[in-house]
Design a protein around this ligand. Sequence first.
Ligand code: 5RP
Length: 218
Amino acid sequence: MTQDEQKRAAAEAAIKHVPIGCIIGVGTGSTANYFIDELAKIKHKINGAVASSDATAKRLKSHGIEVIDLNNVDDLPVYVDGADEITEHLHMIKGGGGALTREKIVAAVAKKFICITDETKLVNILGNFPLPIEVIPMARSYVAREITLLGGQPALRQNFITDNGNIILDVHNLQILNPVELETKLNQITGIVTNGLFARRAADILLLGTVEGVKTMS
Ligand code: 5RP
């Protein structure tokens, strides 16, 4: 299986985890897009979806799936999304597509986070993929200095503004041995809206597309 076929297979496998008659949280990115295409096939069995980005909302609507404001949702049993890196402990780096803030909010509300990736995303140590951090524009230089003190090398993502009107710093050269600790430290830096470490709220299940088929990790 190619990388794209692995993503599609993981997305297909996630459909089995979608409860009937519920609202589903939907992530952002190429793997999440495969999931949306699969979700469209069973759209009559769900009550709508909460989108983690404008792009996902647009794709859901194009398939005729109702997009519901998270503020009007009491119960979100499942959130399905991809990741840029994930460990066997199901800690993740996310935000390659720049949607990390809304992704983290929807993941916080959801009872179960189902991560869908191809096998290239499974790593022993997080940090080879630059860690995305969403920052209020006026805090850019201050946050960059604070991140440098933590040992990272921040780079401004060029020509990119998030759905929330903010910038992204992609942080290079981090070997993230303790993701929960680093996520907690980054949460305390004023001016950071969200960091792309999803460790305090890790995934519950990983559906990993591999050359041999989809493996389930939990
Ligand atoms: C977007 C994300 C995506 O889940 C992540 O970038 C993976 O994307 P893809 O499925 O295209 O590899 O966090 O903000």
